[in-house]
Design a protein around this ligand. Structure first.
Ligand code: UDP
Length: 327
């Protein structure tokens, strides 16, 4: 199949592109390169464009005969979304609508959407199942839930089939250390812990030590980017049969920030100097997925999502020549 990967030069999209190509599909990358890197997808057809400009995405969809879309493109920082909600609604909602409207015009009827655990807000019950109440607590989560609702309306009215994959904490890198996480401003825990271990991050802070958790720090569910990519393939196969759905993607195990820092020290063999600071606004204390639904319905079987493999692959990537520190 010819798959348009919107946001395909980004962290998760570039891993999905590689896997699609390995399986004989043709990925076509659409990206505005605001945070993505063209060199990570150099072997694929690349279209530079911005979802906020309807003409860009219309042209892209018309220029190749696309069978389905994978939509990874979004702004995804909780803190930034609280300061600049207009930017988030414009990118994640208006941009998404431009994509869907262009799909209608081009007759493309299938989309896999990168949603987020942020749609649940502060979970009342963990592990979180898909039928848990939806109650985002920040503009980022609102845009993800809002777009899921738009997808439902577009499916009902225009027959666009969709699957929404609600990621928990994406982490890790390709096994050959050729591609991995490389954000212009890195806010995520695992890369920050690694950079700190490597002596490339001066001020590494653990945000909050008074959460109601085993050691007072936040608990998260880390899932390997290769397992996320695999889930996209399975979702695509099912969507071809007309069966879209909403699924959680996580390892179903929770690790505290301190546990992640300890294991990063062990994997890297280097000491991390961490400072203890205040809670980061918008962080729920515990987020752990139940991924039973996708395991049962699509046979998803995460192979790389144990924390040691996640940190080891991320570390190998950060040590590789392909990783460029941009700040
Ligand atoms: N975190 C931290 N220090 C950092 C970055 C993150 O203590 O430098 C914490 C953060 O407060 C959260 C967890 O690590 O509890 C995971 O944060 P991340 O930004 O990686 O992902 P999020 O859960 O926000 O999607």
């Amino acid at each position: 199949m010819n798959i348009l990967i919107v946001g395909g030069a980004g962290y998760i999209g570039s891993h999905a592109a590689r896997l699609l190509a390995e399986l004989g599909h043709k990925p076509v990358i659409f990206d505005n390169l605001s945070t993505g890197h063209k060199e990570t997808v150099r072997e694929f057809q690349f279209i530079k464009g911005d979802l906020r400009k309807p003409a860009d995405i219309k042209k892209a969809l018309k220029s190749c005969s696309i069978d389905a879309v994978m939509h990874f493109s979004a702004l995804a920082l909780v803190g930034e979304s609280m300061e600049k909600p207009a930017l988030y609604y414009e990118n994640n909602i208006t941009g998404g609508l431009n994509l869907l409207n262009a799909m209608i015009e081009a007759g493309v009827k299938k989309i896999i959407f990168s949603s987020s655990a942020a749609v649940y807000g502060i979970p009342k019950k963990v592990p979180v199942e898909e039928n848990h109440p939806l109650n985002p607590i920040n503009p980022y989560g609102n845009t993800k839930l809002g777009f899921e609702r738009i997808l439902e309306d577009y499916r009902n009215a225009y027959g666009i089939g969709f699957t929404a994959l609600r990621y928990f904490n994406a982490a890790g890198a390709s096994l050959d250390a050729g591609i991995g996480e490389n954000h212009p401003v890195e806010t995520h825990l695992i890369p920050r812990a690694i950079l700190s271990a490597m002596g490339k991050l001066k001020d590494f802070c653990i945000f909050g030590t008074d959460y109601p958790t085993k050691d007072g720090t936040c608990v998260r569910d880390y899932v390997h980017v290769l397992d996320l990519a695999q889930a996209h393939i399975l979702a695509l196969e099912k969507l071809k049969l007309g069966r879209g759905a909403v699924y959680n993607l996580g390892s179903e195990k929770g690790f505290s920030v301190k546990e992640v820092v300890d294991l990063t020290q062990e994997v890297t063999g280097r000491k991390i100097k961490a400072r203890y600071g205040r809670r980061r606004p918008g962080d729920p204390p515990v987020l752990v997925a139940s991924s039973k639904k996708i395991k049962k319905e699509l046979g998803w079987n995460p192979a790389y999502s144990d924390l040691k493999t996640i940190i080891t692959t991320a570390y190998n990537w950060h040590m590789s020549d392909d990783y460029r520190l941009e700040d």
